[in-house]
Design a protein around this ligand. Structure first.
Ligand code: FES
Ligand SMILES: [Fe+2]
Length: 415
């Protein structure tokens, strides 16, 4: 068929509904705002790993759906989450990305979260413990006891990640939400404490769902030279996409032949506990968090959508905490040679999704993004994407292939 004219180009593809999406779901500002409300404020979000706040009084700050969040470890070793917002006049209480409350700050007492604006103080449970000139100003009308922080649901689970949900009544527990997709690696990541050894972040011009997609589908391994030479054998093509409730997907494992890539070596020696040598599992959680266990290193991508065409992705690499310095060094090399900012894989994915972002700005004509490959759920089947977008449609009550219409189940089942 020759190249198409405008009418042909805009016509629906010869696929079933559910096998493509309309690009306005990546670029429409109204849809983006709705996603923050209907999805990101309602679901469990991993915000960091517990090893990043390993001591009592350690904290980290972040945002979920633009809401400032602080997670802090108490003297009882429990990690708790709060809105990072002062109940007095709404100032952000802690402005550092991470640190410790153990020592006093110029405008803060030791072991307290202190709002520097008017010096109100809070303990690690979020109780207000000091209001400056309390009696003088409020007499008996307002007191410490009823001005605590906004507590958020928070759990440490699945290898020690810290999960937060802005909704007091989430649709289901964290275990019900993410337990099953994690089962394939759970024994390995829960066997002993893990530790973050690598962190970097990227802010790129693309929609967060497109980053989810490149993590979830493997058809684009044609772009990854490393994956082609170390994979692309019968075992690789026998990997399956498995769909789970709530839009999650994982991809079954196979043995990666690292030796096939010049300068690389087997990861066997430092395999995660109870993990067969050189295996590679991938877990993609709705609405877009990703966990990859490749032999000796665990990678986690946490996404913070910043706009329809802008996302911050935080990349973490993890190993077992008990590593010797030599083991840790090797583990870092294994991780970074593939997934570090100058590794063999990550930048290629970033080029892919920013290329998509470049064609899908607000006001770009709607494009059809095809998810129609069927290969009995094997590795290059786009079933994971169909599964994900069907879930997205339900949460949003919008049809992914025509987002101005209400959701209806696709003609072809997602799985
Ligand atoms: S805004 Fe925090 S003490 Fe006033
Ligand atoms: Fe990729």
């Amino acid at each position: 068929m020759p190249a198409r004219n405008q009418k042909q180009w805009m016509a629906d593809p010869n696929l079933q509904r559910g096998e493509w999406v309309d690009s306005r779901i990546y670029s429409d500002p109204e849809i983006f705002e709705e996603e923050l409300e209907k999805i990101f404020k309602k679901t469990w979000i991993p915000v960091c790993h517990e090893s990043e706040l390993s001591e009592p009084y350690d904290f980290r700050t972040t945002t979920i759906a633009r809401e400032p969040v602080i997670v802090a470890r108490g003297p009882d070793n429990t990690v708790r989450a709060f809105l990072n917002v002062c109940p007095h006049r709404g100032m952000m209480i802690e402005r550092r990305p991470a640190g410790s409350f153990l020592e006093g700050q110029p405008s803060g007492n030791p072991k307290r979260m202190t709002c520097m604006f008017h010096a109100w103080q809070f303990d690690m449970k979020g109780n207000c413990v000091y209001i400056s000139r309390e009696k003088e100003g409020y007499q008996d009308r307002l007191c410490k006891e009823n001005t605590g922080l906004r507590r958020l649901r928070c759990e440490v689970a699945m290898g020690g990640f810290v999960w937060v949900c802005l909704d007091d009544k989430p649709e289901c527990s964290l275990e019900e939400w993410a337990g099953k997709p994690f089962d394939c690696i759970r024994e390995s990541i829960d066997a002993e404490p893990l530790e973050v050894f690598h962190y970097h972040k990227a802010i790129i011009n693309t929609n967060y769902k497109l980053w989810h997609d490149t993590n979830s589908e493997f058809y684009h391994d044609f772009m990854h030279y490393h994956n082609r030479v170390t994979g692309f054998n019968d075992e690789y093509f026998a990997r399956k996409n498995i769909g789970f409730e709530h839009g999650h997907v994982n991809v079954t494992s196979f043995e990666v032949n690292y030796d096939e890539y010049e300068g690389f070596e087997s990861r066997e020696e430092l395999s995660f506990p109870k993990f067969p040598p050189n295996q590679w599992f991938m877990i993609d959680l709705f609405p877009g968090m990703n966990f990859n266990l490749r032999g000796s290193a665990l990678r986690c991508d946490i996404m913070t959508p910043l706009g329809p065409n802008k996302v911050m992705i935080e990349f973490r690499g993890l190993g077992v905490k008990a590593d010797t310095p030599e083991e840790r060094q090797t583990r870092i090399e294994h991780h970074n040679s593939i997934w570090g900012p100058f590794g063999r894989n990550l930048h290629e994915d970033l080029i892919g999704v920013t290329g998509q972002g470049a064609t899908m700005n607000d006001g770009s004509e709607p494009r059809r993004i095809l998810h129609g490959r069927h290969e009995d759920n094997y590795i290059h089947d786009e079933v994971g994407l169909r599964h994900y977008y069907d879930e997205w449609g339900k949460w949003m009550d919008r049809l992914p292939s025509d987002p101005m219409q209400k959701y209806t189940a696709p003609a072809v089942a997602a799985e």
